[in-house]
Design a protein around this ligand. Structure first.
Ligand SMILES: CC(C)(COP(=O)(O)OP(=O)(O)OC[C@H]1O[C@@H](n2cnc3c(N)ncnc32)[C@H](O)[C@@H]1OP(=O)(O)O)[C@@H](O)C(=O)NCCC(=O)NCCSC(=O)/C=C/c1ccc(O)cc1
Length: 576
């Protein structure tokens, strides 16, 4: 066995690779974490770090003057003083009026609104498990998620609650109602008593904080259970990294990514932790409204998936440059945090010419790791085209040969495995047997992504081993679409694969075997699926075939189908 000190000596200082253990270590100083046994919710942790900004005598952070939230639709602003008071008020009301308590799960079906950050932080502070979902999902997709998370209550809007199962509708709170507004602004005196109760059960860091939805590496959508500790680790790392970079100015963050995914979810937590301003995205994404919001609110950092960066390269820049695009002054913009799916090198190059002062900070993160694992930390890292940055603090990774299971050295491709304090507890509803295919006995999470780390510690994502399609940064599980296709009376067999698309990254494409005498056509197949799924999961290409290639145990040979698709079809995809 290698002793810790000896091991440190074997760690390559350039890339963090230990030749003895074949593990890559972060080269950043460890991000301090609170003792794991002390009771602490992610909400209290975030607010305690925020408090540090204005508790020091030299601080210029005045919570009544600093804007916590801006509603991009109305332009309304909420100061930190108001924001903290809303959280406190709502927490009291949810306990006393609604009767929510630690251990309950709250399903949230809402577009982005200024109430959402307040609701997240209130529920998390009480130890209520937050489970947000995409409001454009269909009723059956929602029902699957509800079966996984088993909520005691749902929060929705007047536009979304009709999709909830009837049994939950009578236990639903409308976040766009007058009652909710009252709960956020006027707490009850009964609530005050309850708040002060010494007997109230404290939130442990090991308690589940959130259940977010992800496709994992195979099969249908799963509920990723993240503990308070996982989220604390994720936020602590970002906090330490910003301290290290000595970021002193307050950012104005605009998240185009949805708040119900880990990316947007943690973007809120990080913004509050740093005492930054968070611009609530519009209910439905609109590129030109986004540009106007950047100009109006002087946004400094955008969190976006690759299609947004691509769209920015296709806009009309002013002849004099100066960060003006489609008539909007974007000169406040300093950086774009880009993740969710790969960003093509030629897009980065073109973007760099149009916006030389805006750094594209790519990152690699997954829901199962409570967000980032690799990140381009500084301007130098951002110039490393094609890479998604370096290993973040407190994390370890291995690159493992998918066939032999052997861990590989730098520049060799294999599956990325990750370990660290932010790695999820597991998938809800799947026992220890179910989780063992994703997290091994030593705690290594198998990401299903084929990657390599170069001699300087930069990560390159090469391909995907997992069965997954990424449409505009959204996960589309092929198994779900295949199950639906097989339920059609005219379809004998089917397989769904990713097909490359310039705008979306990938689109779902179906290979379909018709039943004898069936004349089902492409439009009928597409419409059959469209009715059952959220718009981003729609099948956008269909190819009819005589058989689906499979191996002896009956597993679909997706690589063969991908090759076939590319050989037969033109390289452009029509927009449906
Ligand atoms: C802003 C995007 C890029 C584009 O917006 P869009 O084009 O308007 O499309 P939508 O995504 O809003 O909607 C999808 C489809 O649904 C349609 N739609 C829309 N709302 C409706 C409606 N209410 N009725 C009916 N139809 C509708 C919409 O028109 C569209 O149709 P289509 O044009 O056919 O694609 C949007 O897709 C987007 O934000 N995608 C990102 C998703 C996302 O956050 N993924 C990340 C998951 S977490 C992760 O990977 C973390 C990574 C990470 C990496 C690094 C880190 O450091 C940290 C983290």
């Amino acid at each position: 066995m290698v002793m810790a000190e000896e091991q440190t000596m074997m760690i390559d200082p350039k890339c963090g690779f230990c030749s003895e253990t074949k593990i890559y270590h972060s080269l950043l100083p460890p991000a301090p974490l609170p003792p794991s046994t002390s009771p602490l919710s992610i909400s209290d942790y975030v607010l305690s770090l925020l408090h540090q900004h204005y508790s020091s005598s030299t601080s210029d952070f005045y919570p009544e003057r600093v804007t916590a939230l801006i509603d991009s639709e109305s332009g309304d602003r909420v100061s930190y003083t108001e924001f903290l008071s809303q959280i406190e008020s709502l927490t009291r009301s949810l306990k006393s009026v609604i009767g929510l308590c630690k251990g309950d799960t709250a399903f949230i079906l809402s577009p982005a609104t200024p109430q959402i950050p307040v609701l997240y932080l209130s529920l998390l502070s009480m130890g209520v498990v937050v489970s947000p979902s995409n409001p454009i999902s269909t009723a059956s997709e929602i029902s699957h998620q509800i079966n996984l998370c088993k909520p005691a209550i749902a929060f929705g809007t007047s536009e979304t609650t009709h999709k909830l199962p009837p049994v939950l509708r009578c236990r639903t709170v409308l976040v766009d109602s007058h009652d909710f507004h009252s709960m956020m602004h006027h707490s009850t005196s009964l609530g005050q008593n309850q708040m002060d109760s010494e007997e109230e059960e404290k939130v442990s860091q090991s308690d589940t904080a959130a259940i977010l939805y992800s496709s994992g590496t195979t099969g249908r959508v799963k509920g990723v259970a993240l503990s308070h500790r996982n989220l604390i680790a994720s936020v602590a790392e970002v906090y330490a990294y910003k301290q290290m970079l000595k970021v002193s100015t307050r950012a104005v963050n605009y998240s185009t990514v949805p708040l119900f995914h880990i990316y947007g979810f943690t973007a809120i937590l990080e913004s509050v932790t740093m005492g930054d301003t968070f611009v609530i995205p519009m209910k439905r994404f609109d590129f030109s409204k986004m540009l106007k919001a950047v100009e109006k609110f002087k946004v400094t950092v955008l969190a976006a998936a690759p299609p947004v960066v691509l769209a920015m390269t296709k806009g009309q820049p002013a002849p004099e440059g100066g960060g003006i695009l489609d008539g909007c002054d974007l000169s406040s913009l300093e950086g774009i945090r880009c993740g969710g799916s790969p960003l093509r090198t030629e897009v980065i190059v073109k973007f760099g010419k149009l916006f030389p002062n805006v750094a594209i900070r790519q990152g690699y993160g997954i829901t199962e790791a409570a967000c980032a694992i690799f990140r381009a930390a500084d301007a130098w890292d951002c110039r490393r085209l094609g890479s998604t940055g370096k290993l973040i603090a407190n994390m370890q990774v291995k690159i493992v040969d998918p066939v032999t299971g052997v861990a590989l050295p730098p520049c060799k491709q294999g599956e990325l495995w990750a370990k660290g304090p932010s790695i999820m507890e597991g998938y809800v509803g799947e026992g220890s047997e179910g989780i063992s295919s994703t997290i091994d006995a030593e705690g290594w999470l198998k990401t299903g992504d084929l990657c390599y780390v170069d001699n300087e510690g930069f990560l390159y994502v090469v391909d995907r081993l997992k069965e997954l399609i990424k449409y505009k940064g959204y996960q589309v599980p092929p198994a779900e679409l295949e199950e639906m296709l097989l339920s059609h009376p005219d379809i004998l067999d089917a397989a769904v694969i990713p097909y490359p698309d310039e705008e979306a990254g990938e689109v779902p494409m179906a290979f379909v075997v018709r039943k004898p005498q069936s004349s089902i056509d492409e439009t009928q197949v597409i419409n059959f699926i469209s009715k059952q799924v959220a718009p981003y999961k729609k099948i956008r290409r269909v190819e009819f075939t005589d058989s689906i290639p499979k191996n002896a145990p009956g597993k679909i040979l997706r690589k063969e189908l991908k090759k076939l698709a590319l050989s037969k079809l033109p390289a452009t995809t029509s927009k449906l």
